[in-house]
Write a protein that binds this ligand. Structure first.
Ligand code: ZN
Length: 153
């Protein structure tokens, strides 16, 4: 799923649980659970896989940077603006909720085929790409609403 949803869920986990180990484990698991729900996420930036950052399509790059930046602004506000007392665990939760995507990036970059099987990568068995664009967006909207409701309960 999109970056914002992963980090939001991670922050919620950090706010909910008080054990560091538990937060890390549940945050990592949350990434797998979210990516197993049928969804549509934006593809890698055009040209990036072949030619790296310099060869990437600039328009596509800027467009696909907008969502993570909005996500970071929202999460910084949620953590430091509204939940300062839980800030440490919420940051850790957010980081580990996104962590599998860092691993996926390195597995792709260094072509670690065996390792890839255990990661929620596009086309992998742990990743559910929705065939329908509308369903793929709707599932993420629903997850987003649920997470925000749980945050403000
Ligand atoms: Zn993912």
């Amino acid at each position: 799923m999109i970056f914002t949803l992963h980090v939001l869920v991670g922050a919620l986990i950090g706010k909910t649980f008080s054990s560091l180990v538990l937060v890390i484990i549940i945050a990592i698991l949350s990434h797998y659970i979210l990516d197993f729900i049928p969804h549509r996420s934006p593809r890698a930036v055009k040209g990036f896989k072949e030619r790296g950052l310099r060869g990437a399509n600039k328009r596509d790059l800027i467009l696909k940077t907008v969502e993570p930046i909005i996500g970071i602004i929202v999460i910084v506000y949620l953590i430091f603006g509204l939940n300062k007392e839980f800030a440490g665990l919420m940051l850790i939760g957010s980081f580990f909720a996104f962590f599998p995507d860092f691993l996926s990036y390195y597995a792709w970059k260094y072509d670690m085929k065996r390792f890839k099987r255990f990661l929620p990568v596009h086309g992998g068995m742990l990743y559910n790409n929705s065939k329908s664009l509308i369903v793929g967006i709707l599932t993420q909207v629903i997850v987003g609403i649920i997470v925000l409701v749980l945050f403000f309960l």
